[in-house]
Design a protein. Sequence first.
Length: 303
Amino acid sequence: MADLSINIAGVDWKNPVTVASGTFGSGIEYSELIDIEKLGAVTTKGVANVPWAGNPVPRVAEIKSGMMNAIGLQNPGIDTFIERDLAFLSEKDTKVIVNVCGRSVKDYVEVVERLASEKCDMLEINVSCPNVKEGGIAFGQDPKALEEITKEIKKYAVQPVIMKLSPNVTSIKEMAKAAEYAGADAISLINTITGMKIDVEKMTFALANKTGGVSGPCIKPIAVRMVYEVFSAVKIPIIGMGGIASADDALEFIMAGATAVSVGTANFTDPETSLKVVSGINDFMDRHGIKNLGEIRGVVHRV
């Protein structure tokens, strides 16, 4: 029997599969469709210190081999999140990763401090948010800003900190090194790639925000390449994501160097995708006589 368990920053997961923030709510709705306790972890939708209304509609558009979204991180704020979502998740036999967003370092720190005494296992910091004090550039697009926010969050965080990296940068390795240097316990990548779609018949933008985050199978080769590059640049664990829709997709990320994987867009078309990925990884390991994931993690780096 294959051992699918992993350990990230001292936190033991029963298997390496979680779900991407923003694609699974906080698990409440999906728990009516699948057994979320079979997941290694549930990653929540982003939560801020106060409620965010999000962007105007339309906020989602279908594209070939994927989708675009410009939701704008709509969320109920940390108070409602703790009372409703975290209360639900804390009763489940799975690890809980809370995704945190903000518009300033102070915003992030307020949420991290609130979560210090709550029952959650890890924090994932969404640094693709616009830094309002620096002209709107995302925290995750400037290595100095990334280093600053990571250091500040680590001062207050009780739980291990995962920095979620943006792919919209010149060098993903540089960003990963900045996060590691500042004390991040792990990193997750990639977040969505900025894109645009124009409705030809209406002769206007498909999204009210004009641009949006591209996700789905079309970005997987880019995501796998970035995980591969980062694996050789840092020593902290990587959670790989971007277009995973099958066990084979997930195994590509693991072989490129990921310790865990996250299923995102595929949840919308098939809510059981994440569980199918778990069973598929198990079947692969049994077929090949692989006892634990460490045997294949980063295997292509040995070629």
